[in-house]
Structures are given as C-alpha cells and as structure tokens.
Ligand binder design. Structure first.
Ligand SMILES: [Zn+2]
Length: 159
C-alpha cells in the first residue's frame, strides 16, 4: 500500500481545485474533490447543489457516489482530497464509507469540525489522518472568484 502521507498532496489538491473551478463556472459552489487509491485518482466530484437543486450534492458526496462500489473493498487505502474542509455531512459519509485519510485546502470556519472530530470517539478513531492547508491560497482564490460570500466563511489557516 502507498503510504497516504507520502503522496504528492499538492498535485492531487490541484486536481481537486480544477473540479472546484468547474463547479464555480457552472454556478455551483466552488468546491471540488478527488479520491486517490495507490497513487491514482479513482474518482472526482464537484459541488452541484444549485444546478441539481439538491443540497446533498457536495463535492465529496459526488466523488464518493460516482464510484460507490469501489469503496467496498478499497476505501481504507484511499485518500480524499477536498478543496474545502469537509462539512458534517461529508465527514460522516467519508467515515461511513471507510475512507480514513482526509486532506483539505481551506478550513471551514463556519462548521469548525475539528473539535467535533475530537469530541466523538467513533469518528476520531476512524479519521487516521486529517491534513489541512494544502494549496489553501489557491483554493481560497477560486472561492473568492466565484463566491465572495463563501470566502468569508473559510480560512487558509494563515489569515
Ligand atoms: Zn459537505
């Protein structure tokens, strides 16, 4: 198994940010995600909550549902890259899918999920790595370009 810590986080995050731009261009929230297994992108997703009029269609949910059967066998070796820290729905879905490694770009100041993860043993034990700040400035710029209001709710961790 490829050690998730040794993956090229910036490369895979740049792919998640490409998905965020696709969503932003389409008029959806500018968030994208990719899921990586053994160094390869297995699935991609981006937010389509507005165009599909479905509030559950966050980037991570789409990336998971686009390739659902794969996770039955391989989830534990996968890493999900998302351009925005997962919300409570996506984090729960990631955990329930058995994906154990999460890498994100900007922090979600609004949801503030870190204390929640620590507060719940079930979730804390299943999130083996939680790495933020990867290409945070790039993700922030995309959010600011397409959705200025949303930019006020996120942090690059440096501001
Ligand atoms: Zn979400």
């Amino acid at each position: 198994m490829v050690n998730p810590e040794e993956l090229d986080h910036e490369y895979f995050m740049s792919e998640a940010i490409k998905e965020a731009k696709i969503a932003g261009e389409r008029g959806d929230l500018p968030v994208g995600a990719v899921i990586v297994h053994e160094g390869k992108i297995i699935s991609r997703g981006n937010n389509s909550t507005k165009t599909n009029q479905n509030r559950t269609l966050h980037a991570e949910m789409s990336a998971i549902n686009n390739h659902a059967a794969f996770w039955q066998q391989h989830a534990r070796e996968c890493v999900i890259y998302t351009s925005l820290e997962p919300c409570i729905m996506c984090l729960s879905t990631i955990v329930m899918t058995n994906i154990r490694h999460i890498v994100y770009a900007v922090e979600d100041k609004y949801m503030n999920m870190k204390p929640f993860i620590k507060s719940n043993d079930y979730i804390d034990q299943r999130v083996h790595s939680y790495t933020g700040g990867i290409l945070a400035e790039e993700s922030f710029e995309v959010i600011q370009t397409y959705h200025e209001e949303m930019a006020g709710l996120v942090s690059t961790g440096k501001r």
